[in-house]
Each structure stands twice: as C-alpha cells, then as structure tokens.
Design a protein around this ligand. Structure first.
Ligand code: COA
Length: 331
C-alpha cells in the first residue's frame, strides 16, 4: 500500500523577538507570571506589513530544499491557518503565487491549533488515493495582530505568537514508513471558549465600531476551560492513534505536542508516563503559534537529529473549536 511520507520540513519565524519583559512594559504582567504559568520566555511577532504567506513561503523554500524539490515539483497545497492575510481568498493561493507554482490546487484548512494535523490527513488521503503525488502542507499563523496588548487582553497576549512550518509530502517506499494513522475529533459545544467573534458574515457590516470598542475582534479565551479539556483530550487521542496501529506507549520514540502551554505538555507527559526525552517542547522560544507549532517543532526535531529513520512519532494537537487529533508517523 502506498503511504504518504514527509520528505522535507522547514520553518520560518519573524526576526522580531518579543520578550516577557517587553510585554510587562506595556501591560500588567511579569516575566515570572508568564514563565511559571505558560513556560514561555519569548515569542516572535511580525513587523508591520510582514505576512503569513511570506513566512509560509520561507518555510516552504527550506522544506523544498530538504526534499530536493523545486516548486514546480508540487502537485497541491494544503495550507492550515486560522489567521489568513485576508478574509478571502485563503492563504493557499497567495502562497501558490509567491512560489511561482503552476495552477495547482490550493486549499485552506481552518481548524486552528489542530490545523496541521488535519492538513496532514488531507494530504495523506490525496497521496494514498493517487489523486496528487507531491503535496505541500503548511501550518502558519500571524496571531499578534489579533491580540489585545492592553492589560484587558493579558491572558491571551502573552501566549500567542507568529510563525510558519512546512512539510513536503509524497509517496514513500513500501517499507512500513510514512503516515500510519489519524485520530481526529471536534466538539462545537465549546466554540466560543477560544475564538475571534468579529469580523463575521453574520454581522452587517461584518465589523462595527461597537465590536472594535468591545474588543470582539481580538482572540478571546476561557483559559481554565481550554486547559481542562486539553489535558484530557490530547493524551486520550495519543492513546487512540497508537491503538489504531497496534502499538503502545512503549513503542513511541517521540511525542511532538501542539505547543499550547508548557504546563499542558508536562501534564500530558505525566499522564502518559513518558520521560522528558520522549516529548519535544520549544514553547519557551516561540510561544503558541497555533497551526504552526507542530511543523516548527518537527523541523527542529528533524534538523536536530531528534528523529531517526524507523522512529515512531506521534504529533498531537488540541485547540479552538474545540478540535483535536493526532497522527502516528513512522519516520
Ligand atoms: N499576567 C498576570 N496576571 C494574569 C495574566 C498575565 N498575563 N493573565 C491572567 N492573569 C491573572 C488573571 O487576571 C487572574 O487574576 P485575578 O485572580 O485577580 O482575577 C489570575 O491571573 C488568574 O487567572 P486565571 O485565568 O484563573 O489563570 P490561570 O491559572 O488559569 O492561568 C492561563 C491562565 C491562560 C495561563 C491558563 O488558563 C492556561 O494556560 N490555559 C490554557 C491556555 C492555552 O493553552 N491556550 C491555547 C490552547 S490552543
């Protein structure tokens, strides 16, 4: 059976580093509060005019280089983002244009923090079915422009950040490697617990002066509820995807969790009984970049030698929606 395989990865983050102390200078927070509650030391935010599609383009160039491909070798783009540069069209086409790729299909996936896992599953289906051969999968976000950087927004402003990760996928050899299984879920009962209310097509006009005054265009989060569900759903999903491939936690070489909050990752690690060596975290340097956390982490793992051929890796994510899920990958 043809399996999809990750042939190259790449990451790109803005060069503007925003430290906790810098945030403490503009809102009522402190480096100590942020570090102990979230594990974040610094994050990257775009400069004025820098876009998500630009970051995705840089990440893609690096992933293509690793795969030994050119943009003309791509057959499709799956672009996961909850923060497109514009309301419409999605960022897939802006990336297609930047790459100078042929008129290949480009779709956006809007499943927020779970975006990259969902996008991988779409690419996997396309490759397995033979519909497309080489698929570019992106997880990229510019969250900083949706953050309320006054004290009113401090519970989200200190967490979310910008960045992009890319993976080039293609059919792999018939040796058991590649994307093995997915476990995907949603529960819309919690849609308003982590969301951006406005602009929205249910409003006419889509954003009003009142919305702006009330801050309804900012990312809003019920942190405690998100935390409570995340620490239950991600471990549950990791176990479920392992069951699907007939493996156990003992077989797992590396868990790459969505970088929501270091405390969430650490609770999941304890719940699954994994040692620290088998869980990858980099939230201290990048914050929570939503759909980009997993491909950024994967790229660091690949380039840093944390994954070797034959390793079993699980990536898992939980976030806005609520949407969550995992993918099992034999490297
Ligand atoms: N700096 C200082 N104080 C802050 C703060 C900040 N950046 N953000 C919130 N606080 C304050 C609150 O106002 C509150 O003050 P009060 O007790 O005087 O009302 C106090 O800290 C506790 O707030 P609370 O929201 O109960 O804190 P918490 O212990 O739940 O931690 C989070 C807040 C956001 C760190 C935590 O809820 C969390 O990590 N949730 C998950 C978030 C997440 O992972 N989101 C991404 C999912 S994809």
């Amino acid at each position: 059976m043809t399996r999809a395989r990750i042939l190259g990865t790449g990451l790109a983050v803005p060069d503007r580093v925003v430290t906790n102390d810098e945030l403490a200078g503009i809102m009522d927070t402190s480096d100590e509060w942020i570090r102990t509650r979230t594990g974040i030391r610094e994050r990257r935010w775009v400069r004025e005019g820098e876009t998500g599609a630009e970051l995705a383009h840089t990440a893609t160039t690096r992933a293509l280089d690793m795969a030994g491909f050119r943009a003309s070798d791509l057959d499709a783009i799956v672009y996961a983002t909850s923060t497109p540069d514009h309301f419409a069209p999605g960022n897939g086409v802006f990336l297609q244009r930047r790459l100078g790729a042929a008129t290949i299909p480009a779709i956006d996936i809007r499943t927020q923090c779970a975006g990259f896992v969902y996008a991988l599953s779409v690419a996997d289906g396309w490759i397995r079915s033979g519909l497309f051969r080489h698929v570019l999968v992106i997880g990229a976000e510019v969250q900083s422009t949706a953050l309320d950087v006054s004290s009113r927004g401090r519970n989200t402003a200190v967490i979310f950040a910008d960045g992009a990760g890319a993976a080039v996928l293609g059919p792999g050899p018939d040796d058991g490697s590649g994307l093995l299984a997915f476990d995907l879920h949603s529960d819309g009962h919690h849609a308003e617990k982590l969301w951006v209310d406005s602009p929205g097509s249910m409003y006419h006009p889509r954003i009003t002066a009142e919305h702006l005054k009330q801050g309804r265009h900012f990312l809003a989060m019920d942190g405690k509820e998100v935390f409570r569900h995340a620490v239950a759903r991600m471990p549950e999903s990791v176990r479920a995807v392992l069951v699907k491939i007939g493996c156990t936690l003992d077989d797992l070489n590396l868990l790459v969790p969505h970088q929501a909050n270091l405390r969430i990752s650490e609770m999941m690690q304890r719940e699954l009984g994994l040692d620290g060596e088998r869980v990858y975290n980099n939230i201290d340097r990048y914050g929570n970049t939503t759909a980009a956390t997993i491909p950024i982490a994967l790229d660091e793992c690949v380039r840093g030698g944390r994954v070797r051929p034959g390793d079993l890796i699980v990536v898992t994510a939980f976030g806005s929606g609520f949407l969550w899920g995992s993918a099992a990958i034999r490297w």
